[in-house]
Design a protein around this ligand. Structure first.
Ligand SMILES: [Mn+2]
Length: 380
């Protein structure tokens, strides 16, 4: 049998001001094609289904369409919540949805729920958990960290060794020996406090992880991050995102990977504006991709406007020239880390103009800063 392992969908996510909904729809459609072509019978979604704990209506609609399509194909779906999801909201119809072959990890009650499926496979669903949520059920165990908590919970989970046991988890799993590849779009705790040793999971035949956005194994080849379905930051432009397929035959696991093709890719371009505006250059590339431009020109008027005529999806436009280098060095001298976005802007305004921002402009910037911090993603 074949099982598709997905994670970190982040449906509804906005990247550098651009709503990714259409891109997500495209990739989910691609997943459905793969499921049909490869005769996949179950889908695992290892958390961060949505980007927000209270997902936008258009994000809910896209996920609901995806589940309906899976249901038409009679696919079993197993879902856990990630750190971006709200477990209670994500699982609120879980009892009812079981009759539609959709299994969502419910409120944690001290044990990892599991489901036996065909071919001797058992699926365990462990939602994203904090140590305190686990400690409550194991008062006599010494639990002082994520590692302690997850270890106690997994050690108390008795497996039937005659079955193929697969766990869904959304934690930061690694080892001292393993250097994971990180991305800027992940939310990790400072100082790696949430790190859990991969060895804890080795009793499972496969651990389907979510949380880290680059597809990779964590310590053991069968303890794997599926990776996010899209590039969610410019730190990911060189990452290859894949669909991970778990192939189980005679109780043995073989992995297969399929490259995810994007509707629009994310790219970084560095150089002079005249070159980017030259047809000889842009006729050879996909102009609708998402771009980060770094212009080396000393002086350009209306660069964004000129580039936007040719490249409609400019996420970031930066300059690397004499002026910005000087500005950066004077700004970094004055940079204070705990300031809010609004305070940073006011500092920046003063450096740029030599004056304090007036009340009228302050109000405009304030409402914009609030909007950015809320990360609103309006539907089309
Ligand atoms: Mn994530």
């Amino acid at each position: 049998m074949k099982i598709l392992h997905l994670g970190d969908l982040h449906i509804g996510k906005k990247v550098n001001g651009f709503c990714m909904l259409e891109e997500q729809k495209y990739v989910l459609q691609e997943a459905l094609e793969l499921i049909k072509n490869e005769k996949i019978s179950s889908v695992l979604i290892s958390g961060d289904v949505f980007d927000k704990p209270i997902p936008q209506v258009f994000a809910l609609n896209l996920f609901s369409q995806f589940l309906s399509e899976l249901n038409k194909l009679k696919i079993k779906v197993f879902i856990i919540s990630g750190n971006h999801d709200n477990l209670e909201r994500l699982s609120y119809l879980n009892e009812l949805l079981k009759s539609s072959n959709i299994y969502i990890a419910g409120i944690f009650k001290g044990e990892i729920e599991h489901y036996d499926i065909e071919d001797g496979v058992t699926i365990y669903l462990m939602p994203y958990l904090y140590p305190l949520q686990i400690k409550k059920y194991f008062p006599d165990s010494e639990i002082n960290s994520y590692n302690d908590a997850i270890k106690v919970l997994i050690d108390n989970t008795i497996l039937d060794k005659n079955r193929v046991n697969i766990l869904l988890a959304h934690q930061f799993v690694s080892s001292n020996k393993t250097e994971l590849q990180f991305s800027d779009s992940e939310q990790r705790s400072l100082g790696l406090l949430d790190m859990v040793d991969y060895k804890i999971f080795q009793k499972f035949d496969y651990t389907a992880l979510g949380h880290i956005h680059c597809p990779q194994s964590a310590g053991d080849k069968n303890i794997r991050y599926s990776g996010s379905i899209l590039k969610y930051s410019f730190s990911e432009i060189n990452q290859k995102k894949t669909f991970s397929v778990i192939n189980i035959e005679d109780k043995k696991i073989n992995m297969e990977f399929f490259d995810i093709k994007f509707q629009h890719d994310m790219k970084e371009l560095r150089g002079y504006i005249d070159d980017f505006l030259d047809e000889k250059f842009y006729s050879k590339i996909n102009r609708d991709d998402y771009f980060k431009f770094t212009l080396l020109d000393e002086e350009v008027l209306d660069a964004k406007k000129k580039l936007s005529m040719i490249y409609p999806n400019i996420m970031i436009l930066e300059f690397d020239n004499k002026f910005t280098r000087e500005l950066n060095s004077s700004y970094s001298k004055n940079y204070e880390k705990d300031k809010t976005l609004l305070e940073h802007f006011c500092d920046f305004y003063k450096i740029q103009t030599g004056e304090d921002i007036d009340d009228k402009k302050f109000d405009i910037v304030k409402s914009m800063a609030e909007k950015i911090e809320r990360n609103d993603c309006a539907p089309d």
